[in-house]
Design a binder for this molecule. Structure first.
Ligand code: NAP
Length: 319
């Protein structure tokens, strides 16, 4: 028989873990399906595991490292009785209650049944989709400067993108790399002014405007990237040993296809707070927020989902 829980939370970023703190404190003994370690952003702890200093999370005057912040969230929820399974959900069945959640073989019985389900599966890095990128992922192509920056000591690298993430990655990588070239498809950055000022002031960072990466070259590791100027059409090969892709994210919603309503851009649709179209299923964090996408807003929406789930269970009674 599958184990039955009042609350199962899918995801362990700021949204999922805040939902865990609140539902654990409400004595609902939540089970957090936290994901599995991997080199990409879907490892436990969500995207903050791949970030460096978080300077804008209220209360941390001097800033805090992303992984440390997530460990604190996790410990806090655990202190109140939250439990974790270090697996990915492989299937959910929302057509019946309690909802079925699979964390292994998607055939057969579910591994756990949930009276209420909180979806906090977050978003993951978008990739360029150019030749060589996939093949060399983990061999010079990376989406995580914090994880991989150390490997590029005294080497030239490129960072692709023009938003806060790209600039944050570029700035961090100047600690290791000999030079960092930021490749951006326009000639204006999307990033916030403070990040732009920092990047422009950093002598190790140079900019390749109006440019895109056309391919990533190298036998077993990256040796160069092909660049094209989208205005002049000019092509060149740039010798680098690393390419960091920081061009945004897409929500992790594949698990819910055909079961939960989505917006046109793929993010989960929520109604009145964190409710989804399925009674008893709540969504929070980056899987449903394409506007703010901040750790603090994700945490806030995790709190909302927890309170909505608590109220739903209260109204359900013993059902
Ligand atoms: P973003 O703001 O959406 O920026 C994505 C960047 O990648 C844009 O410059 C975009 O170019 C470029 N891009 C998108 N698709 C591309 C493609 N196929 N090829 C080449 N370039 C492409 O994403 P983000 O930087 O990940 O930031 C997401 C959110 O998190 C933002 O709200 C940001 O402020 C926040 N954030 C904050 C911090 C911080 O406060 N320290 C750090 C990281 C992220 P265009 O500009 O031409 O569209």
């Amino acid at each position: 028989m599958p184990e039955r829980r009042d609350v199962v939370i899918l995801g362990s970023g700021p949204a999922g873990l805040t939902a865990a703190v609140y539902t654990a404190r409400a004595n609902l003994r939540p089970l957090v399906v936290e994901g599995e370690p991997s080199s990409t952003s879907d490892q436990p702890g969500g995207q903050l595991m791949l970030t460096m200093e978080v300077e804008n999370y209220p209360g941390f005057v001097e800033g805090i490292l992303g992984p440390e912040l997530m460990q604190r969230f996790r410990d806090q929820a655990e202190r109140f009785g939250a439990e974790y399974v270090t697996r990915k959900a492989t299937r959910v069945d929302l057509s019946r209650r309690p909802f079925g959640v699979w964390t292994g073989d998607p055939e057969g019985d579910p591994d756990v049944e949930a009276r209420a389900l909180i979806v906090a599966t977050g978003a993951r890095s978008l990739m360029l989709g150019v030749p060589g990128e996939d093949r060399l992922l983990g061999h010079g192509v990376s989406t995580c400067a914090t994880c991989d920056g150390f490997f590029f000591r005294d080497q030239p690298i490129v960072v692709v993108g023009g938003g806060d993430s790209a600039l944050e990655e570029a700035l961090f990588l100047t600690r290791f790399a000999s030079e960092v070239t930021l490749v951006h498809r326009r000639k204006e950055l999307r990033a916030s002014k403070i990040m732009q000022d920092r990047a422009f002031a950093n002598e190790k960072i140079s900019f390749r405007w109006d440019s895109v990466v056309t391919e990533v070259l190298g036998d077993t590791k990256v040796s160069s990237v092909g660049l094209r100027n989208v205005v002049t059409g000019e092509e060149e090969a740039m010798d680098v040993t690393g390419m960091f892709v920081a061009i945004g994210h897409e929500p992790n919603t594949a698990l819910f296809a055909g079961q939960l309503d989505r917006l046109e851009n793929g993010y989960l649709r929520t109604y009145e707070g964190s409710r989804t179209n399925v009674h008893g299923v709540f969504a929070c964090g980056d899987v449903q927020d394409h506007v703010y996408r901040q750790a603090v807003t994700a945490a806030g929406s995790g709190c909302m989902a927890a309170i909505d789930a608590e109220r739903f269970l209260e109204a359900l009674g013993d059902e």
